[in-house]
Design a protein around this ligand. Structure first.
Ligand SMILES: Nc1ncnc2c1ncn2[C@@H]1O[C@H](COP(=O)(O)OP(=O)(O)O)[C@@H](O)[C@H]1O
Ligand SMILES: [Mg+2]
Length: 235
């Protein structure tokens, strides 16, 4: 089926001990589509991405990739299936160089166009700094390493958690311009953003989360700023 979703999240729940962080979440992502998740701090955005990436306990049927149940699989299995996470706060390996961080992203050896040379072509500034410790780079450059590391696994689905966090507006613009180029290449993406304007600029479809639930979703052009703001703040 041409229009069948690539990634399907159905009635997803997540818990931290006794605390329930996600309630019956439904979400769909089609091939080549970009979906944005917005919501206030603590809404459950990272928990959602981490669940898809295999970092949270999940029922098998809660997450499907191309019709296959992948809920509850280990993170490395999820990467092997073609889902890569750019985690909140980047989580680079501080003792490793830029290049070593990138190479780790490719350890599942999924076939595809993304190799070191292509990452350096996309981010020439990383090529110049390939032997520097990753943590010696600026915040924006570190974000490029985190994106490059995810791309090295040749994902079908890229999960991006707050790419703009802590970065200057001009750096954010640069990161998103690169992301646009990556997406134009055919990878589908779920972008978590606190900045609604940024999210609307890149995504065709928007989901708004509040306290572990999806409270609004729809085509980006069909949603008014007022309705998004109301859902975001729960007013
Ligand atoms: N490791 C954790 N242990 C306990 N509670 C957590 C943990 N991580 C997140 N939470 C809680 O889960 C909820 C959702 O958090 P999170 O997914 O990080 O939200 P967001 O990414 O939207 O800011 C919040 O109430 C947060 O306090
Ligand atoms: Mg978060």
């Amino acid at each position: 089926m041409l229009d069948a979703p690539l990634l399907k999240v159905r009635q997803l729940e997540a818990f931290y001990g006794d605390f329930q962080a996600l309630y019956g979440l439904d979400l769909e992502l089609k091939t080549g589509q970009v979906v944005a998740i917005v919501g206030a701090n603590g809404a459950g955005k990272s928990t959602l991405l981490n669940s898809i990436a295999g970092l949270m306990a999940t029922r098998p049927e809660a997450i499907e990739l191309a019709g296959e149940r992948i809920g509850g699989k280990a993170p490395y299995q999820i990467v092997a299936q073609g889902i890569a996470l750019v985690p909140e706060g980047r989580r680079l390996f501080p003792s490793l160089s830029v290049e070593e961080n990138l190479v780790i992203g490719g350890h599942m050896k999924r076939p595809g166009p993304w190799k070191l040379a292509r990452i350096y072509e996309l981010f020439p500034t990383l090529a110049e700094r390939r032997h520097h410790p990753a943590t010696a780079l600026s915040g924006g450059q570190q974000q490029m390493v985190a994106i490059g590391r995810a791309l090295m696994s040749n994902p079908r689905v890229l999960l991006c958690d707050e790419l703009s966090l802590g970065l200057a507006p001009i750096v954010v613009r640069d990161i998103y311009a690169h992301l646009r180029a990556i997406i134009a290449d055919g990878v589908a993406a779920i972008i978590v953003e606190q900045d609604i304007q940024q999210a609307l600029k890149i995504a065709g479809h928007l989901y708004c989360m509040l306290e572990g639930r999806i409270v609004l979703h729809g085509a980006a052009r069909s949603l008014t700023r007022e309705s998004i703001a109301a859902a975001y703040f729960g007013v």
